[in-house]
Design a protein. Structure first.
Length: 277
């Protein structure tokens, strides 16, 4: 009874706000196809973790393992000196002489056959011993007596041999130009193959590392889900003071109310008396 009288006379104390049931953060575990995200509470701290499935963890390791050799080979080859096209070719003069010797060797049997045929023809016709002055057949002064038929054949064969020189030079030049073109094409082909190999190595590295990146993206998704749950927890904690029992102020007791009323009456009477006087 004393406490009841005290409440009536003295009033009630103010009450703090109370959180609504279920509005506080609770530990959680989210499990999906990619793995599991977990949130736990340690006193006033909150811990979040995520674990990928064994298949995704293995895929991540395979991606990194497969990309490493490609990267090593790519860096090694990319840093290697680039070969230059330095064409020297064969000695043009030496090749010309070689061609001349080969053609002369091929022509020599034919020239010998022509000489043998001429002697046989001259012997058969009785002209084997015919001799005239060299000047008469255009051999020049001081050449003495010559066989006109033998001189004519020798002159023709000499001209044929003389023509072999320019022909050999032309052939040698053509061979050099042809070889230059072939070597240039081989150089371009080798450079294109080198660039393609670098591209293949970089592509292999990108494929392996890209796989690992995709797995990391999946893991980030789990982290995002955990972060979303943390935000939900924070909102629930903040909302606990809004949806829970509101705080109440101190209620004045009966005695306090009587004193306040008496003070108000006295103030009014004083004011009226002063106005009438």
């Amino acid at each position: 009874m004393g406490s009841s009288i005290g409440k009536i006379l003295g009033g009630e104390k103010a009450q703090p706000a109370k959180a609504a049931p279920g509005a506080k953060f609770e530990p959680f575990t989210y499990t999906g196809l990619a793995g599991t995200a977990t949130g736990t509470r340690d006193g006033e701290s909150f811990n979040f973790s995520q674990t990928l499935t064994p298949e995704l963890q293995a895929l991540y390791g395979q991606g990194l393992a497969s990309s490493s050799p490609f990267l090593s080979q790519y860096l090694e080859q990319a840093q290697a000196p680039i070969p230059t096209f330095d064409y020297t070719g064969d000695d043009l003069r030496a090749r010309e002489q070689q061609i001349l010797q080969e053609q002369t060797a091929l022509l020599t049997p034919e020239l010998e056959r022509q000489r043998q045929q001429l002697r046989s023809d001259l012997f058969g016709s009785g002209r084997l011993g015919l001799q005239v002055s060299g000047e008469a057949v255009g051999a020049g002064e001081g050449t003495g007596m010559v066989s006109p038929d033998a001189y004519g054949l020798g002159l023709a064969q000499s001209r044929a041999l003389a023509e072999l020189g320019p022909q050999a030079r032309q052939i040698a030049n053509q061979e050099l130009l042809q070889d230059f073109g072939i070597q240039g094409q081989l150089y371009e082909t080798n450079q294109a193959a080198r660039q393609q190999q670098l591209a293949n190595l970089l592509g292999g590295y990108g494929a392996g590392f890209g796989t690992a990146q995709n797995v990391l993206g999946i893991e980030q998704g789990l982290i995002g889900q955990a972060s979303g749950l943390e935000q939900a927890r924070a909102a629930a904690t903040a909302g606990a003071f809004q949806v829970g029992t509101p705080a109440t102020g101190r209620k004045p007791g009966l005695f306090e109310q009587m004193l306040v009323a008496a003070a108000g009456s006295a103030g009014s009477a004083y004011g009226n008396k002063k106005a009438g006087g």
